[in-house]
Ligand binder design. Structure first.
Ligand SMILES: Cc1cc2nc3c(=O)[nH]c(=O)nc-3n(C[C@H](O)[C@H](O)[C@H](O)COP(=O)(O)OP(=O)(O)OC[C@H]3O[C@@H](n4cnc5c(N)ncnc54)[C@H](O)[C@@H]3O)c2cc1C
Length: 506
């Protein structure tokens, strides 16, 4: 989880208890989840038992490439992708351990930074997902260790204490995980990193910052035949560890974590791979055929709703893409529209964060965008709201308030409204810098899928025009693409959305 100690801009207070106690809105039922998908996928993995890792997914991060002789096991240091199956990092760690006749260990370093972004919503989802990982590891004779502390503090000691001979890490393009890996790599034996999150490894897709979806699309598409493959199963490990992992009291761990409990768990999204696969199944069965035509209608239930499971790595985007292509034969053009979002748009966000160190500030935008925002920074704003007013959904705009309220209470917002929501923050705050930090703070505190490259890029696209082009110049926005309430009225039944999501007593 993010180490960022992001502060609410200005003197914003957390929403008061009264707001938090408002009843959650009812969620549409995820229809059709009959349980066929898990069995199909299991069989497909077994059919691909002999498949090895494409070595391009792997990066050695020190000069030592071999497993240390005389060691007692291989370790997969799980950090971004919290699942057992469909995980190239774990597949690689197991294949390495089998080759060396060694036991296999998985560890996760649990560290809760003191931050408004450390909420019960995120940590409960994460921890319950890890509990499922630990259970599956047990059935496969893989030792799962929950380590308490940051990787820098606890990982090197653990590796040397257990005499582990190689460490396989996840890949994440955000600065804290990259720094964490950089800090510990010198103290680890034979460390390597596998991109288990992207279909095409981030560094293979492109060695540089891509300008827009149009510049990365061809590169990814060309590589899909090589990388969009089936997975082999992670199997029962043939070598048992003599020193087993300490059992974890999951309830106690969750109860003792110092997280902000005002931002509670969500009802609609159950954590873990099983729940994520059930959501995928219901998408293929029910919603996929509607995706192309209704994806911009916040009243329609046409999206996959998979972002939290993809964000925490409970579900592999690669497995999602394979199953949608296979199961969506009757869904026509919806399949390609969905793949555009899931593959091109999503993998573009990792590219942006990996190659642009200023991925979360206005200086990270293109020069034309920085200039136009600066030219209009002092333009008169008709409405100015503090972060606290925005957080409590107290604006003049019922559509915006409804979207914000749904995010605070349910941990989600429809993709179309996210754009409108962020652009209005630009319009209603004193400067683009404040708009961006407010949007990121709210997004990352309340969205269950927040604190992810998709969120940084979503806010940067909306407010700073990244991956977009210049539009007709207008006040405040300059050449940044504008969205307004009237435009929403033309696109969908705004009144219906407001009635459903904007409580009268706000
Ligand atoms: C201001 C703003 C903030 C955003 N914050 C986040 C965030 O914190 N976390 C997050 O995961 N997404 C974020 N997005 C991107 C997108 O809105 C969500 O991924 C999407 O709405 C999630 O719903 P879904 O899973 O039903 O998506 P679907 O439309 O079903 O798409 C499937 C998957 O593709 C990916 N995806 C979809 N749209 C995008 C996109 N525009 N860019 C990158 N990947 C995409 C997601 O992984 C998603 O789960 C943000 C967008 C904007 C404009």
């Amino acid at each position: 989880m993010s180490e960022r100690k992001r502060k609410a801009p200005s003197a914003a207070k957390k929403p008061d208890a009264k707001q938090q106690k408002l009843p959650p809105m009812k969620e549409e039922k995820a229809a059709g989840a009959g349980g066929w998908l898990q069995e199909v996928v299991k069989q497909q993995r077994t059919d691909n038992k002999m498949m090895g890792l494409n070595k391009k997914r792997l990066r050695f991060i020190s000069d030592t490439k071999k497993v240390k002789q005389g060691s007692e096991g291989v370790l997969y240091w799980m950090s971004r992708d919290h699942r057992v199956q469909d995980n190239w990092a774990l597949v690689h760690a197991q294949q390495l351990a089998v080759k060396e006749n060694l036991p296999l260990h998985v560890c996760f370093c649990l560290h809760v930074p003191k931050s408004e972004l450390s909420t019960l919503r995120h940590y409960s989802f994460m921890l319950k997902g890890l509990q499922e990982v630990a259970q599956e590891c047990r059935t496969l004779d893989i030792q799962f260790h929950l380590l308490h502390g940051s990787a820098g503090d606890v990982l090197p000691g653990f590796v040397s204490d257990r005499s582990l001979g190689a460490v396989v890490a996840d890949f994440c393009p955000l600065r804290e995980p990259l720094k964490s890996l950089e800090d510990v790599k010198k103290k680890l034996v034979s460390p390597s990193s596998v991109d288990a999150h992207n279909i095409v490894p981030c560094w293979v897709t492109s060695p540089k910052l891509e300008y827009a979806a149009r510049t990365i699309r061809g590169k990814i598409t060309k590589l899909l035949p090589e990388f969009l493959t089936d997975f082999p199963p992670v199997e029962k490990h043939p070598y048992t560890a003599t020193r087993t992992a300490k059992p974890v009291d999951w309830n106690k761990t969750l109860a003792s974590m110092e997280v902000d409990r005002a931002v509670g768990e969500t009802e609609w999204a159950k954590p873990g791979t099983k729940a994520g696969m059930a959501m995928l199944e219901s998408f293929i069965d029910v919603r996929l055929k509607l995706f192309d035509t209704l994806r911009n209608d916040p009243n329609a239930v046409a999206l996959s709703q998979l972002s939290p499971w993809i964000r925490f790595g409970h579900v592999s985007a690669q497995q999602v893409a394979l199953q949608v292509q296979r199961g969506g034969k009757k869904a026509g053009v919806s399949v390609s529209s969905f793949i555009e979002e899931l593959v091109v748009r999503r993998e573009l966000t990792d590219n942006f964060c990996f190659y642009n160190q200023k991925y979360d500030c206005v200086e990270g935008a293109y020069e034309w965008a920085q200039k136009t925002l600066k030219d209009h920074a002092k333009d008169k704003r008709q409405y100015i709201y503090t972060c606290e007013q925005l957080e409590k959904a107290k604006t003049h705009d019922k559509l915006w308030n409804g979207a914000q309220y749904q995010m605070v209470t349910e941990g989600k917002m429809h993709g179309f409204l996210r754009m409108y929501w962020a652009k209005k923050i630009l319009e209603w705050t004193p400067s683009p810098e404040e708009a961006l930090s407010t949007a990121l703070y709210l997004n990352d505190r309340y969205e269950l899928d927040g604190q992810d490259p998709n969120g940084f890029v979503g806010c940067m696209w909306s407010i700073c025009g990244i991956h977009d082009q210049g539009w007709a110049e207008r006040p405040i926005f300059g050449k940044i693409r504008y969205m307004n309430y009237k435009g929403c009225l033309r696109k969908f039944d705004v009144a219906r959305f407001e009635q459903k999501y904007c409580p009268k007593n706000l």
